[in-house]
Design a protein around this ligand. Structure first.
Ligand code: SF4
Length: 798
């Protein structure tokens, strides 16, 4: 293994890669397979340079696939090789910027550990022993099985066409919907789980239920900022992060208050850092709200007009006596600070309580988001300049999928212990645990998985491994041999985001736009674009699975009698592949021409971005700044009198959930003597576990350290760089210690995404500790989202 990029060269901002043909295309394959990674070949070619590419280069618009933000760029392509990624100035959301992680995206395509060919399992699940096969053999194995596992045809026959025996999970990205179309609509599975229930489900839902929006923030015009639990300085570096920090320290935003258990880089850049006890932010917000009502600081006219259950909420807060003195021993923030912040916030012209962009940390997270949204609304600073922005969506024509109706398919089952189970994205923990505990009302026997790594993202990895081992058939579509791919029976290698054209996407808010990612180069090795995989798999499965349905589905038998088999197959959606009749590029063209006309398509095709009046509005103002919409055309206020602030949400009470944010003492923070509360977080240089094998990024953050209080560490004889064991009731791991004053004595912290156990990932394998192996499987009661900060751990020097 050779890592050829130094930190300074990489951050120089103009990293260019000159990759000469085969040098980038090593023969690395999954461990245990027929081929081994050639460790003498460099992970990044030696020809990496800081110069921009030479010679004639094609400029292909792409959307970054390294994280959820989807910044726009241009791929420089020379002789069929991507030599450099540049930012695309046309997209208002990313404003001519790619972060270091986005620049390192080129390595996703040229990672020697990539999945290169379809693979079939030849060893035990989890052993990483696979054999290279052809695409046709892979599709055939999914349908008919092998001597190691059963195929879909046999399973569905045994289950009498109950399509709910298929479960599926999916990761974030532009091809996500296509996978949902394939397994959810076309194959008929209701049992879907994705990243939402292990990410910001309650944040989105809490704000949406209260204000009807998960808002964008106008940092440019805000003048007071509370940021709690969200570490923007480290977690995601985007233009709006920069907007925020450009305006802090009295450069527009007069005061930034950071509420966080750790002294993060965001805390370092704030005017005030208030360390909060993990999981108690709700008590802090309720006390802020009490001060506002007690001193009558709220925008009463605004709340009287838009508030739903406003008077009851006011009485609720005052009668519960959520005073700062009450909150201080719970959240650890001094009462006098709570008084000051509440008064300053309400006196500011454009105050913002940042809604957060984070996982669910405590069981009260949904109520916390509701309380934050209501507190913001008390200032009246929503749907206006300097506040919460609803913005304006750009509408694309809806897509119609001709999905068959499966008479025998049962409903999804992951409902136990959840007040409002979501039909859409489900609860990963409840779904998995109900299967392990035998509580599923019918057998779940198949998992289709794509670009999702539950072994490293869903708390309690040991249970996830057990769950995957229980299945009769696991299929994985992915780019890298992740820890979860190790449990697959068939692996289908997907093209990286620079090798594929993706479905067009519309972004709303302040400056709306439509964007398109085009394939910079053809898929390398034998990888395929996801939509091609969906189509080919659908073609392979359609007729044999139709035969199974014909056997058990009385409605279908009736229809065939009435209209004939051929007609029913074609007209009622049983031809599973008909959803992908047009290649993605052609379909994008059809959608955009239909919505905006041929000129819009020309612009989108060339620049990767389109919005109405773009030719007139878009201007370069100076070397670093662009105008997308003139100030008067930006969508600061769009809701008018349609705004609502739902303070009391009666429907919640019907399922035992407080209709108004309420504190319960069971949420108090406590850690037994000798133990620590584990808190986790992410870093802008890594996207969960998806990028820890990236050699360029590894150069920036080599591993995840365990933050431990310096004085505590000293007492325990732990010094910087010592190897320590971290152990919870569900698992353990080892990593290096980082003693620091920036964390409380009864807490420890580690970055998420490290500690892979897949030997196919040469850099990520065994590097650091996987937090999902340590965090216990608690979930919050409203939607069943995973609670990340409720685990106590023991630490010892190894
Ligand atoms: S923030 Fe960085 S990683 Fe995320 S999409 Fe933008 S450039 Fe890519």
């Amino acid at each position: 293994m050779e890592v050829e990029v130094s930190r300074r060269r990489f951050l120089g901002g103009t990293v260019a890669m000159t990759i000469f043909g085969g040098a980038a295309v090593s023969t690395g394959l999954l461990s245990g397979g027929e081929e081994k990674h050639n460790s003498s070949s460099p992970r990044i070619p030696k020809t990496v340079t800081t110069k921009t590419g030479t010679g004639e280069a094609e400029k292909v618009p792409f959307l970054c696939g390294m994280c959820v933000n989807k910044c726009a760029g241009y791929a420089r392509v020379e002789d069929g090789i991507i030599t450099k990624l540049d930012p695309n100035p046309h997209f208002p959301k990313s404003r001519n910027m790619l972060c270091p992680r986005g620049n390192a995206g080129i390595q996703t395509t040229y990672d020697p550990d990539r999945l290169k060919y379809p693979l079939i399992r030849v060893g035990e699940r989890g052993s990483g022993k696979f054999k290279r096969i052809s695409w046709e053999e892979a599709y055939d194995a999914i349908l008919n099985g092998t001597d190691k596992f059963k195929g879909l045809k046999q399973i569905l026959d045994e289950e009498k066409d109950n399509r709910a025996t298929i479960g599926y999970c999916n990761g974030e990205g532009l091809s996500k919907e296509g996978f949902e179309t394939l397994v959810g609509q076309k194959l008929g599975s209701p049992n879907y789980v994705d990243e939402v229930s292990i990410c910001l489900e309650t944040a989105g839902a809490g704000f949406f239920a209260t204000l009807g929006v998960y808002p964008e923030i106008d940092f440019e015009h805000a003048d007071y900022l509370i940021i709690s639990g969200a570490n923007r300085a480290e977690a995601i570096i985007t233009p709006d992060t920069q907007d925020m920090f450009k305006h802090t320290k009295r450069r527009g935003i007069k005061k930034t208050v950071c509420i966080d258990p750790r002294f993060t880089n965001t805390a370092a850049k704030a005017d005030k850092w208030l360390p909060v006890n993990p999981g108690t932010d709700l008590a802090f917000v309720l006390a802020l709200t009490w001060v506002v009502f007690n001193e009558n600081l709220q925008n009463e006219a605004f709340m009287k007009k838009y508030g739903v259950g406003y008077e009851e909420y006011k009485q609720h807060i005052l009668s519960h006596k959520y005073t700062p003195e009450w909150a201080e021993p719970i959240c650890g923030i001094k009462a006098k600070d709570i008084y000051t912040i509440a008064r300053e916030f309400m006196q500011a012209e454009a105050p913002v309580y940042y809604p957060g962009r984070r996982s669910v940390f405590s069981p009260n997270d949904y109520q916390l988001r509701r309380a934050m949204a209501i507190f913001q609304a008390l200032s009246g600073n929503i749907d206006k300049k300097g506040g919460y922005i609803y913005g304006n969506p750009i509408m694309l024509p809806p897509e119609y999928v001709n999905a068959p109706i499966y008479d025998q398919a049962k409903e999804r089952f992951d409902t136990e212990g959840i007040a409002f189970p979501t039909l859409k994205s489900g609860s990963w923990i409840v779904f998995r645990n109900m299967v392990l505990e035998g509580k599923n009302p019918y057998p779940l026997r198949v998992m289709f998985m794509r670009k999702h790594n539950p072994m490293m993202s869903v708390p309690n990895s040991a249970k996830t491994a057990e769950f995957l081992k229980k299945m009769d058939l696991n299929v994985m579509i992915d780019i890298l041999p992740s820890d979860t791919a190790m449990y697959a029976d068939v692996i289908l290698p997907e093209a990286s985001y620079l090798e594929r054209t993706s479905p067009v996407k519309a972004y709303g808010f302040l400056e709306p736009a439509v964007v398109m990612r085009k394939a910079a180069i053809k898929p390398l090795y034998e990888t395929k674009e996801p939509e091609v995989i969906y189509k080919e798999l659908a073609e392979k499965l359609a007729k044999p699975l139709f035969e199974i349905s014909k056997k058990y589905d009385k409605d279908l038998q009736e229809q065939i009698k009435l209209r004939g088999e051929k007609k029913v197959f074609e007209e009622d959606g049983w031809n599973l592949a008909d959803a992908w009749e047009l290649p993605v590029y052609e379909k994008n063209k059809e959608i955009i021409e239909k919505a905006f006309g041929p000129k819009a398509w020309e612009i989108l095709d060339e620049k990767g971005v389109y919005y109405p009046h773009m030719e007139e509005y878009f201007k370069q103002l100076n070397p670093n700044e662009y105008q997308y919409y003139p100030k008067s055309k930006k969508f600061y206020s769009t809701m008018g009198d349609k705004k609502r602030v739902v303070c009391k949400f009666d429907r919640l009470a019907t399922r035992g959930i407080d209709p108004m944010p309420t504190w319960h003492d069971e949420w108090k923070f406590s850690v037994p003597e000798g133990k620590f509360r584990l808190i986790t977080g992410r870093h802008a240089q890594f996207t969960q576990s998806g990028t820890t094998n990236n050699a360029m990024l590894r150069d920036l953050i080599p591993t995840n350290y365990l933050w431990i209080n310096k004085r505590t560490a000293k007492k325990m004889g732990i010094e910087f760089g010592d190897k320590v064991e971290i152990k919870s009731e569900v698992g353990k791991g080892q990593l290096l210690a980082y003693p620091t004053e920036k964390i409380a004595p009864n807490q420890v912290f580690m970055l998420h995404g490290f500690g892979s156990q897949s030997e196919g990932l040469e850099l990520a394998y065994g590097n650091g500790c996987n937090d999902a192996a340590i965090i216990k499987d608690d979930f919050e009661p409203v939607f069943g989202a995973a609670v990340m900060h409720s685990t106590n751990v023991e630490i010892r020097k190894v």
